[in-house]
Design a protein around this ligand. Sequence first.
Ligand code: 2M8
Length: 441
Amino acid sequence: MTGSLSIAARAAYILRDNSTGLITKAAPALYPHQWSWDAAFNAIGLAAVDLPRARLELDSLFSGQWRNGLLPHIVFDPAADGYWPGPAQWECATLSEEAPSAPATSGIIDPPVHAIAVDRILAVARAAGGPEAERTEAWAAHLYPKLLAWHRFLARDRADKQTGLITLFHGWESGTDNSPRWDAPYAAVEVGPSLPSYVRKDKAHVANAGQRPTDREYDRYLWLVEEAKRASYDAGLLRQTGSFQVGDVLFTAIFARACDLLAKLAVHLRKANDAAELKDFAAEARAAVFCHVDEASGLAADVDLRTETWLRTETIAGFAPLIAGGMPLELRRRQVDMLLGQRWAGHPSFKYALPPSTSPCSSAYNPACYWRGPVWPVFTWLLTWALSRSSEPGAASALREASLAQLADETFAEYYHPVTGEPLGSLHQSWTAAAALDWLF
Ligand code: 2M8
């Protein structure tokens, strides 16, 4: 088999192997349940090989949606064990009337890439034509009200009135758990004496525990779950009591782009009022992202809402304006040059010219540890997706080629060491396989 064909075949095999028949596990051992933004990326990859499964992936995820529109960051597979904290720790249906009694879910959120997935699945189906295209159109119309409820939840419960940024009450909600972007707000989180004792299960599933967050960080992650439980997962209460409250530029940028696409679907479904509402959400979210670009660095900055301070760290989230799209040409050129330049993808020590999760020029850079330095193929995919839609096809194709060269090792790792190219974290990670499939489609 030629290189690309072999990568695609192996990626398709991994997605099949990680399937329970209903959901795609985020990873075979480390993450044996369905994660929200993983499911959306996985559905994009699946669209290339199996449209019914792509649709099913999102249907399964949305079966865990809460009555208030919240789409939980994990939908638990009742048959799976081995991940902690599990349903017995989250206790969502007991603590909140908004949560479904089944399936069991977590009570926090993930970045809203779902409308991006639906748009991509529709594009693939329309190009294929025939009955699958018809089925996919009907499916999208059926899923649409759930997506709308999710976006309305974010605009209503999570948009911060001062900054316009989406508020997170847990670093897990950002998807970039231990990124240096959250070091300062986490330093202010005091773990209470009532934190239940626990045994971490994640470290057993990686080659070296140094690739995962520290125990100190885990204490804070678990403490924030306790705080969310005490507030019955209610955003209004958490705004009063939460000891971690940040405005996330990357989440907000994804929301802006996803609102554009959902508005497009609303127009297609002849829902003019919804479309206008979604366009307003998009405009507000995009304006909030552009307002938080640090002039000196050219990167977007998150905000610690409790102290009203900008979090100026050199992480990949600083490229949120590229994800949001629609930025002034000058800012776009500056960001693209920086992304490909020596502080990022073009660093002379790197094996492949790919942007790491934290700049090697940052004092917080740790090339082997999770979101503190490694290259994440799924994030590269998101960047290529956004760049190719923002009149930057050259940058998009350079990143795509470099990432496919890296993925030729066929380990489909969760993340990679930027200097050595060593696969890190979980192997056979679903969203890494999905990214490869979409690139090769
Ligand atoms: C990682 O996060 C989970 C917690 O949600 C974990 O470490 O247990 C993150 O990389 C997150 O972005 C991702 O969705 C999840 C599953 O791949 O793993």
